[in-house]
Design a protein around this ligand. Structure first.
Ligand SMILES: *[C@@H]1O[C@H](CO)[C@@H](O)[C@H](O)[C@H]1NC(C)=O
Ligand SMILES: *[C@@H]1O[C@H](CO)[C@@H](O)[C@H](O)[C@H]1NC(C)=O
Ligand SMILES: *[C@@H]1O[C@H](CO)[C@@H](O)[C@H](O)[C@H]1NC(C)=O
Ligand SMILES: *[C@@H]1O[C@H](CO)[C@@H](O)[C@H](O)[C@H]1NC(C)=O
Ligand SMILES: *[C@@H]1O[C@H](CO)[C@@H](O)[C@H](O)[C@H]1NC(C)=O
Length: 364
């Protein structure tokens, strides 16, 4: 079996893994010091973007010419518009999802006490306007990523099935991002407490990833609870590395999970490009470090108001993981793609928020 059980480091498998990890480590050091800039055209003009620039795809900037979705029109509550949330682990996604179903009055969901999920069906058709954990549930798999939801058309398939027939809808994709180092540490601590997300399917190219495609870092029968940081960061198949970039990119472009076995600069660049394009095509994305602005951005994009402040609700638990300088540098380095995506995202976020503020001032 192609699994790497880090708990039992012995044998040929352990040595092979060690060699692999060493090579990966050496490669990442080289990568770090050469510091190949993955700078791409950001698609934003000097004057700043116009409303359409933001919501439409600029074809000079990316490798792919097909926009995921154009947003010529605002979200229409009574039409076939659906908000889809791409929930990346440890990014405040749960807070946002709770707010969508519980503290939002413009298009209220019907929630019952002691029930996790709410009914966000439209009055007339009872068809949902929200695809998320607390409305539809994890119908496309636990923490399904962009590749599963969009590239493999899971959202469309599920909603067609619920409606009983094929139907044209406008999908408004949304997500949340977070400072990659903080997110990584938060994921580590969550795994240490016992989470594994082992039931995620990682569908790509029409099929779930096999153990061969995607070896686990731990014995699935035992889990990874209590893992040390050293162990956590030395498994090359750890999906926590650059999770945000991977979960937002079209993995069909890079042979699905091949990059975990054979890291390559070319594939990183394609993945990066794809994640940025998909992010640009999102109707909304929040930034965990900027909760108030995220709330403003969401409310004004969808014309929905929350009755509470996300920034008050979404405070994360105290961080008591003490890291050395070199551990921090290592973590930053193995999340290099996420750092590039995050810096890009914050810039784009600032532009979108200031544009919305301008529009709000103009309306008076
Ligand atoms: C929203 O969709 C409904 C039904 O398709 C339509 O009647 C209405 O005019 C639309 N509203 C706007 C603002 O486009
Ligand atoms: C649906 O019906 C409820 C109660 O009848 C009403 O409060 C709500 O505003 C309606 N929602 C929409 C989107 O029409
Ligand atoms: C509306 O759909 C939900 C599931 O999304 C279901 O539980 C509920 O019974 C439906 N209501 C009606 C009136 O069909
Ligand atoms: C993803 O990439 C594949 C392979 O190039 C392409 O056929 C497909 O259209 C892409 N899908 C999306 C949603 O970008
Ligand atoms: C918690 O995290 C913040 C930001 O990442 C950092 O500045 C602070 O020193 C950390 N606190 C502890 C106790 O590790």
């Amino acid at each position: 079996m192609g699994m790497c059980f880090l708990r039992g480091w012995k044998g040929v498998l352990g040595r092979k893994l060690f060699v692999f990890a060493t090579i990966l480590f050496a490669a990442s050091i080289v990568y770090f010091y050469i510091d190949i800039p993955l700078k791409l055209n950001t698609g934003v003009t000097e004057e700043g973007p116009t409303y359409n620039d933001i919501y439409t795809y600029d074809e000079t900037t990316t490798i792919e010419n097909k926009p995921v979705q154009r947003f010529d029109k605002p979200f229409n509550k009574s039409s076939n518009d659906v908000i889809v949330f791409v929930h990346i682990q440890k990014t405040a996604g749960t807070t946002f999802e709770k707010f969508l179903v519980r503290y939002q009055q413009s298009l209220p969901c019907k929630c019952q006490a002691h029930k996790k999920r709410c009914n966000c069906g439209r009055n007339a058709s009872n068809e949902t306007w929200l695809f998320s954990r607390y409305s539809t549930g994890w119908v496309c798999g636990l923490h399904a990523d962009f590749t599963e939801l969009v590239v493999n058309s899971c959202v469309e398939r599920v909603l067609d099935k619920q409606a009983g027939h094929k139907k044209k809808r406008n999908y408004f994709y949304t997500t949340f991002l977070r400072n990659p180092t903080d997110r990584f540490i938060s994921e580590f601590r969550h795994v240490q407490r016992g989470a594994t997300w082992i039931s995620s399917k990682h569908v790509c190219d029409g099929r779930p990833a096999s153990v061969n495609d995607l070896p686990t870092c731990f014995d699935p029968r035992i889990g990874w609870e209590g893992v040390s940081l050293e162990e956590f960061i030395s498994c090359p198949y750890n999906l926590a590395f650059n999770r945000q970039t991977r979960m937002l990119s079209n993995l069909s472009l890079v042979g699905c999970y091949e990059h975990l076995r054979k890291p390559s600069y070319e594939q990183d660049k394609i993945m990066m490009d794809s994640a940025k394009m998909n992010l640009r095509n999102m109707a909304f994305f929040g930034i965990k470090e900027r909760m108030d602005d995220s709330q403003f951005y969401f409310e004004n994009t969808f014309d929905m108001k929350f009755s509470r402040k996300m920034s008050v609700w979404g405070k994360s638990k105290s961080n008591d993981t003490v890291l050395t300088e070199s551990q921090l540098a290592y973590i930053q380095n193995v999340n290099k793609l996420d750092w590039e995506l995050y810096e890009y995202a914050v810039k784009l976020f600032d532009e979108r928020v200031s544009l919305l503020r301008q529009k709000q001032r103009m309306r008076g």
